[in-house]
Design a binder for this molecule. Structure first.
Ligand SMILES: [Zn+2]
Length: 60
């Protein structure tokens, strides 16, 4: 049996980690401040879809 390939490819930009929370420190209240950085390529999905053939042809 051949191994099945996944339907969607993992985004090469974020390598499958589309949302990264960056800790910026703590507020005077003691709360953690985090920034959520979403991958601009896959829009936070972690996978990339293949463009439709029509779009690819239109670019030529
Ligand atoms: Zn991505």
């Amino acid at each position: 049996m051949m191994p099945q390939t996944p339907a969607a490819r993992v985004c090469s930009h974020c390598d499958g980690f589309p949302v990264v929370h960056i800790t910026t420190g703590t507020t005077p209240d003691g709360q953690r401040r985090t920034l959520a950085a979403t991958c601009p390529v896959c829009k936070g999905t972690g996978t990339r879809r293949t463009l439709p053939a029509a779009l690819i042809r239109a670019g030529k």
